[in-house]
Write a protein that binds this ligand. Structure first.
Ligand code: SF4
Length: 729
């Protein structure tokens, strides 16, 4: 049923009329709190992918939750965000009706018919006047992959636009690019079981205790007395709990990793069989000759002896070594090559494809991995290639969309889209379930770009995010807990989410909104078979046939639930159906030669070095396990709000604080070439002299960060820019 089949209805559409099939509870939530049944859903925050058990009343409304004990990911555990996952649904800041900016500049409530008419009319006008490259969408890793795929296919094949990106670009683009170049496909090889099966666990640029607390619990379950090595400029909570902390200089990581390779190759602590499955080792052997520990110690910020010791630890014969990283590596001006330096170490020591090993990226958002495969932005849906004619013909056939609509043109990346806005080439943005006016690097720049946009559409569950408040049109979206679909977690595991609450007012699932837009745009026929998220899942499943991520053996959502989630690949008649599987056990990769490719390059200079005016290097990262990104949701939970400081604070070491007369808790001003903020000083031994740390969740923080990007992945370099600090009270 489309909105336009309801045109004869008198007056605006009500929630009852547009309630989608499968949503629960059209009546009000009963007051009694005794659950009568349960269902399960994957948590909607991070890519750990914990499964939650939702306790339901007789109308199917969730009244409480608990972590699922039998799920192989979280084994009965959840972090504070998971425990409080229902809180943000009932916020008074929910978007409940479409809002349209009137000629006085005020957002006014409207109905869906008007909203969709405005959406299609304005975007068609812009397309007619300025062409198919004049509009872009910016999306998310927070919605199920069926919705992402629908958005990407609708936008490119149905509406005929080109440019689109997701906030995966801020998070995992580096890991995805590195895997693609090294393995021939975006294929994280490991399983979470590897945390428990390693002898040496290297956490580099990853604060698991805070950012992925359940994965840290998996480390704690390891019964092999593992050596836990944390490589991080900051003495994070994880570093403090590790057996070894190497407090390197910010961005000393790439030189350090080359030096570790130098030691291993020099000493012959290598795995010949694994190396025989690679290409490029001779060039790499030659290249790392300049990276002796003595040559690198100053750049890395640790001693030559510490580098030699690290090299021995990660190459000991018979020991299982796993490497794990997150944003400390990915959000860098040279992140792709740094990830590949980790991959290279695993390849030359044979730590891949076996229990307790692997170069394993830990993803940020709950469905970042689904975004990477299905969002139809950087790759053609299902991990295919826009430039490959055979792939385009396959997609045309599987989706039943005429071949001439399957574009071969790749998209601009996120930063390039914003540059195109600055240049006046992109005139309209459609922002879906993300908040770039807070989260994008050097965020003031984006605010200034707003004036260049003729039309800004924001589709979100809240009407109060920084991005929603500046929209011309706000489309109210249902949240996690109010719709169904699938997420893919960091170990390639598909899991389902379920509707357990009714979306407020006239808010609709993103899936439903895309269906309505398809009809309103006039391309609904292309998506006639996308009747529900599960129907879309089956279409997308069939698209993956013969791809590395082939999931054609999955029958449907029930099958996924019965198996406690299913990792890809899972082809028809799978030879291995075990619960936890890893890739590359046979030493065969997805490149044309079936060999892994060793990539490397020399470390580059910092894009913005400290100087007399801005003498400190600013690090940013997650503050607490109770905060999520821009806090759009976590700030709506009264419980979570009590678990973190309300206002921004900055970590500074005692030597620097003493020099500048800064006392603990005094108010300080931090400035960069782009902006300034005030914060409370926290004098702590966690940062090196000359470094500061700010949690990323506060809206002011990205006013300071510097617009520089990894040249391969176009991921922003959030982690190191130069700033000054001074006392202001
Ligand atoms: Fe949710 Fe991540 Fe917390 Fe698990 S660790 S409960 S997936 S936020």
């Amino acid at each position: 049923m489309s909105l336009f089949s309801l045109k004869s209805h008198d007056g605006p559409l009500t929630a009852d009329l547009i309630q989608e099939p499968g949503n629960f509870g059209l009546g009000k939530i009963p007051s009694r709190l005794r659950p009568i049944s349960t269902t399960t859903s994957i948590c909607g925050y991070c890519a750990t992918g914990c499964q939650l058990k939702l306790h339901l009343d007789e109308d199917g409304n969730a009244i409480n939750l608990s972590p699922e004990v039998n799920y192989p990911v979280n084994l009965g555990m959840a972090c504070p965000k998971g425990w409080q996952a229902l809180d943000p649904l009932t916020s008074s800041e929910r978007a409940t009706v479409p809002l349209l900016r009137d000629c006085s500049g005020t957002l006014q409530p409207t109905d869906w018919t008007t909203a969709l008419t405005e959406f299609t009319t304005r975007l068609k006008e812009i397309k007619t006047e300025h062409g198919s490259e004049s509009v872009a969408f910016l999306s998310t890793g927070q919605i199920p992959f069926e919705e992402m795929a629908f958005l990407g296919c609708l936008y490119k094949f149905g509406m005929g636009f080109i440019h689109a990106d997701a906030n995966t670009r801020q998070c995992m683009a580096t890991a995805a690019t590195a895997y693609k170049q090294s393995f021939g496909f975006d294929a994280p090889p490991g399983a979470y079981a590897d945390f428990e099966e390693s002898d040496v666990i290297v956490l580099i640029g990853a604060n698991l205790c805070i950012a992925h607390p359940i994965l840290w619990q998996r480390v704690m379950r390891n019964k092999r007395s593992p050596q836990i090595i944390v490589i991080d400029p900051r003495a994070t909570e994880t570093a403090q709990a590790a057996t070894t902390h190497l407090a390197i200089k910010p961005k000393g990581d790439l030189a350090l990793l080359h030096s570790v390779a130098y030691c291993i190759l020099r000493d012959g602590r290598i795995d010949e069989e694994s190396i025989s499955n690679t290409e490029g080792i001779d060039d790499y052997r030659e290249f790392v000759k300049d990276y002796s520990p003595e040559a690198v110690a100053e750049k890395a910020g640790i001693t030559a002896h510490a580098i030699e010791t690290l090299a021995k630890s990660v190459s000991e014969k018979g020991k299982r070594v796993s490497w794990w990283w997150t944003m400390g590596i990915n959000q860098s001006h040279e992140g792709t090559r740094t990830v590949q330096a980790i991959i290279n170490l695993c390849l030359i020591t044979g730590n891949i494809g076996k229990p307790g090993t692997g170069p394993n990226s830990v993803t940020g958002q709950c469905n970042a991995m689904g975004s990477r495969l299905f969002s139809n932005t950087t790759s053609l849906v299902g991990g295919h290639d826009f430039a490959n004619e055979g792939h385009r013909r396959k997609i045309s056939e599987k989706l039943e969309i005429p071949y001439e609509h399957i574009t071969s043109q790749g998209s601009l990346a996120y930063d390039q889209i914003l540059d195109a806005v600055a240049e006046g080439k992109i005139k309209a943005l459609w922002i879906v379930a993300t908040n770039p006016f807070h989260s994008w690097i050097d965020s003031d720049k984006l605010e200034k770009l707003r004036a260049n946009l003729d039309f800004l559409v924001v589709q979100d569950m809240y009407s109060t995010t920084e991005s929603a408040l500046t929209a011309d049109l706000l489309l109210p979206a249902a949240s996690w807990g109010e719709k169904s679909g699938c997420f893919i977690n960091s170990e390639r595991r598909l899991g389902t989410i379920k509707p357990v609450r009714k979306a407020p007012g006239q808010a609709l699932s993103d899936f439903r909104i895309f269906r309505l837009i398809a009809d309103a745009w006039g391309c609904g026929e292309f998506f006639k078979n996308w009747t529900s998220p599960e129907a879309a899942f089956k279409i997308l499943r069939d698209v993956t046939r013969d791809q590395p991520c082939d999931i054609t053996g999955i029958k449907g959502y029930d099958h996924i639930d019965e198996c406690s989630g299913i990792q890809w690949p899972y082809p028809e008649n799978p030879s291995d159906t075990s619960t936890e599987r890893r890739l590359f056990a046979d030493g065969k990769y997805y490149t044309p030669s079936r060999k892994a490719r060793i990539h490397f390059s020399a470390p580059a200079e910092l894009p913005e070095k400290p100087d007399d005016q801005y003498p400190f290097l600013l690090l940013t990262g997650r503050g607490t396990s109770s905060q999520w990104h821009t806090q759009s949701r976590t700030a709506k939970s009264s419980v979570l709000r009590k678990l973190y400081p309300e206002n921004a604070y900055v970590e500074i070491c005692s030597a620097d604080a003493l020099k500048l007369g800064i006392k603990d808790k005094s108010t300080v001003r931090i400035s960069s070439r782009r902006g300034a903020l005030t914060a409370s000083a926290y004098i702590a031994p966690t940062v090196r002299p000359g470094n500061l740390f700010l949690p990323m969740h506060y809206p002011e923080v990205n006013k300071l960060t510097h617009s520089s990007f990894d040249p391969h992945s176009r991921q922003p370099n959030y982690k190191a820019c130069s700033v000054s600090i001074s006392r202001i009270d």
